[in-house]
Design a protein around this ligand. Structure first.
Ligand SMILES: O=C(O)C(=O)C[C@]1(C(=O)O)C=C[C@@H](O)C=C1
Length: 360
């Protein structure tokens, strides 16, 4: 699939003065709950009203969604509030029912995106639809798998496409429910600048008090919209209680978010930024030059080790370097996480160099 301007036509045609907003409860619970939240969201920035009808749960025995009766409630939402509707589909049966009930936007969830068989089944069932279809990132940080799912939909002649960034599963305990790995979203934008990109801060954070910050980061990174789980009584929601916010809070968040433009034509801004970018170019060249020099020294160490039959990995020395660099980094305002990542990458490259020499 190639990037093309038409990819964002469906979004541009909406001519929104703010990012696209998809909001509503994690799960449809009762008809009253679905309608009450929809009425609360009616005259806000919300463009699509979301509600989960079928819920993929990690373990059996939890609430798995109300099923197709919920689609009737979504139809009522549209009739009573004029809001467009959205739900997740995970197989052909879901797609057929959602289309029958005229749901306007369908998304493929993270646990489905990982399976090309499921994605293909959904793409076949949606063939040629004029509904909007969004693909959440797979649970694992694999850009090809994510884009592969979009490609399957594009091949089924679906034109109104987009992606949702909901973060990635990790074994490590972090402050996020699903770590954002922003780098992946940045790479996706470099490859498909016109593919609408929506952020899902609810699933990234898993906690309502972090939703604003993640939403702001997403907008700062040029995301086109937000999908935010909303419930009038979040604490008593039947699923994902900790990450849902009230409609009132959603309105406040939309007011407080700073929406920044992509660039500015003003002369002083341009002269200043060009100057700073030149400085960055010079420093980047120095960095590459320094790294090249470091690898040359590592090559010499490799030669020495080969002669004396010494192992490449030297754990004590490596730990000492890492400890020193974390301290040095701290004094220069560099986060420990960044220094660790950077030095792990440098160390790996150094090992690769020496491996080549020792085994030549
Ligand atoms: O000090 C060494 O023995 C090296 O080979 C250098 C180096 C490094 O690049 O810093 C590389 C591999 C070792 O595990 C430790 C450190």
């Amino acid at each position: 699939m190639e990037n093309k301007k038409e990819l964002r036509k469906w979004l541009d045609d909406m001519a929104l003065p703010h990012p696209l907003v998809i909001a509503g409860p994690c799960s449809a619970e009762t008809e009253d709950q679905v309608l009450k939240i929809a009425h609360d969201l009616k005259d806000t920035d919300v463009n699509y009203y979301r509600a989960g009808i079928w819920k993929p749960r990690t373990r059996p025995g939890n609430f798995e969604g109300v099923g197709s009766i919920g689609l009737k409630w979504l139809q009522k939402v549209k009739e009573e509030t004029g809001l467009k509707t959205a739900t997740e589909v995970a197989n052909k049966n879901h797609v057929d029912l959602a289309l029958e009930h005229d749901v306007d936007l369908l998304w493929i969830g993270a646990r489905s995106t990982v399976s090309p068989f499921i994605v293909q089944e959904i793409a076949d069932a949606l063939e040629g639809t004029d509904k909007v279809v969004l693909v959440k990132n797979p649970v694992n940080p694999d850009l090809s798998l994510w884009l592969g799912a979009v490609e399957r939909l594009a091949s089924a002649n679906i034109e109104k496409l987009g992606v949702i960034h909901r973060g990635f599963s990790t074994y490590e305990k972090t402050k996020y429910r699903n770590i954002p790995e922003w780098q992946l979203a940045i790479e996706l934008q470099s490859r498909f600048p016109d593919l609408p990109l929506i952020n899902d801060p609810s699933h990234i954070t898993g906690k309502r008090d972090m939703i604003f910050d993640v939403s702001q980061t997403a907008l700062d990174l040029n995301f086109d919209g937000l999908m935010i789980e909303t419930h009038y009584d979040p604490d008593n929601a039947w699923s994902d209680a900790a990450q849902q916010i009230t409609p009132k809070r959603l309105v406040q968040i939309m007011q407080d978010l700073r929406i920044r433009k992509e660039t500015d034509e003003e002369a002083e801004y341009n002269s200043k930024i060009n100057n700073l970018r030149t400085q960055i170019d010079v420093i980047d060249n120095q960095l590459i030059d320094t790294l090249g020099k470091r690898m040359k020294v590592s090559d010499e160490i490799g030669q020495l080790k080969k002669k004396r039959n010494v192992a490449v990995l030297q754990t004590n020395r490596w730990n000492a370097i890492l400890g020193n660099m974390i301290l040095e980094g701290e004094q220069r305002g560099l986060s420990e996480e960044f220094v660790l990542r950077m030095f792990k990458a440098i160390h790996q490259e150094s090992i690769n160099h020496q491996e080549k020499i020792i085994n030549a």
